[in-house]
Design a protein around this ligand. Structure first.
Ligand code: NDP
Ligand code: GDR
Length: 337
């Protein structure tokens, strides 16, 4: 019998790659989509199956992580074997502007989903998208035993979701796991995260559409991996005999400045000619350095990353150059904000 999965955050970067992965494994995938006044399904349009399609394996439902009753009803209706909670207000800088909303969706939302699983009485396995942002000010390398010291409302909310997940595992014997994922990027990365902001700017500068790129702190150190590899780790976490929590990372550190050098350099450009500073992109409290130690995931899940930061930057620049060319040729219609 093929398995059924429910993904919150299905329209996001990870939701789109995870949907593709599970469909390729023969799953029926249900995705939770929040209502928007504009189209928010760009990343999954290529796998969308209309409601009239017979025997469809990819089904979308309107709901929201702020609506616990909708979550219970959805779980009762779908009865998934696996639930992946990827939905969140996921932008760290924005979480300082909308702290309560972030706490509600990113933190309480995880608890609402766990409680909805319990209330619906179904047997299922739950993946919680935890984050390296929970480590915050604790110096690297960070692994499963590293204490949390979050530095943003987003990080605080993720710590809440983390412990809610551990608590439901301990209190109710639920198969619930935290994937503590370090930054992971791709051509589908949201355009306001720093890697994509840079690679998209490279493509637009190259095409003569943009002259400057405004950024904040260039000294931040991150451990950037490739999103399609990271969703594979999520799936592996739900296929084990026993539930436990895992760090997922490459172990390779780079500053924002190094990412700039690689990305601009790949297009034959000198980043220093184009990059300007704008304090508005600084955070009131910054996370200086995140570098993960994923040896537990390698040992228990057999998971090992292949793509490192320099290749990642090149993959993303190449994709953005193609996308800008398509936009200029009129084969895609986009509105830049
Ligand atoms: P994205 O920001 O690309 O996607 C977030 C998803 O959550 C979108 O589908 C979004 O919908 C949805 N969402 C937002 N608010 C709500 C809500 N109120 N109810 C239901 N859904 C909502 O994030 P990523 O794909 O990059 O990340 C996936 C998860 O992993 C997130 O929880 C993130 O915090 C976490 N994470 C990400 C890391 C990374 O480096 N990418 C690292 C560690 C953790 P819409 O499309 O309508 O906005
Ligand atoms: P992060 O990613 O905060 O690590 O959270 P982001 O790409 O936003 O920032 C990375 C670092 O770059 C610095 N920076 C800038 N960041 C943005 N967005 N825009 C800028 O102009 C800019 N200039 C410098 C930041 O200060 C920061 O140090 C991501 C999200 O996906 C979270 O959801 C996830 O949990 C963590 O990664 C792991």
């Amino acid at each position: 019998m093929s398995k059924t999965a429910l993904i919150t955050g299905v329209t996001g970067q990870d939701g789109s790659y995870l949907s593709e992965l599970l469909l390729s494994k023969g799953y029926t995938v249900h995705g939770l989509v929040r209502r928007s006044s504009t189209f928010n399904t760009e990343r999954i349009d290529h796998i969308y199956q209309g409601p009239q399609e017979a025997g469809r394996s990819f089904v979308l439902h309107h709901a929201d992580l702020s609506d616990g009753v909708a979550l219970v009803n959805l779980l009762r209706e779908i009865r998934p074997d696996e639930v992946y909670n990827l939905g969140a207000q996921s932008h760290v800088r924005v979480s300082f502007d909308a702290p309560l909303y972030t706490g509600d969706v990113t933190g309480l939302g995880a608890l609402r989903l766990l409680e909805a699983v319990r209330a619906s009485g179904i047997e299922t396995r739950v993946y919680q998208a935890s984050s390296s942002e929970m480590f915050g000010a604790t110096p690297p390398p960070q692994n499963e035993r590293t204490p949390f010291h979050p530095r943003s409302p987003y990080g605080v909310a993720k710590v809440f979701g983390y412990w809610a997940t551990v608590n439901y595992r301990e209190a109710y014997g639920m198969y619930a796991v935290n994937g503590v994922l370090f930054n992971h990027e791709s051509p589908r990365r949201g355009e306001t995260f720093v890697t994509r902001k840079i690679t998209r700017a490279v493509a637009r500068i190259k095409a003569g559409l943009q002259g400057e790129l405004y950024l904040g702190n260039l000294d931040a150190v991150r451990d950037w991996g490739y999103a399609p590899e990271y969703v594979d780790a999520m799936w592996r976490m739900l296929q084990q005999d026993e539930p436990t929590d895992y760090v997922v990372a490459t172990g390779v550190a780079a500053t924002v400045r190094q990412f700039l050098e690689t990305a601009f350099g790949h297009a034959g450009l000198d980043w220093q000619e184009y990059v300007r500073y704008d304090a508005k992109y600084e955070r009131p409290s910054e996370v200086d350095a995140l570098i993960g130690d994923a040896s537990k995931a390698e040992e228990l899940l057999g998971w090992k990353p292949q793509v490192r930061v320099d290749d990642l930057a090149r993959i993303m620049v190449d994709a953005d150059v193609r996308q800008v060319q398509d936009e200029l040729a009129g084969t895609t219609v986009r509105v830049d904000r």
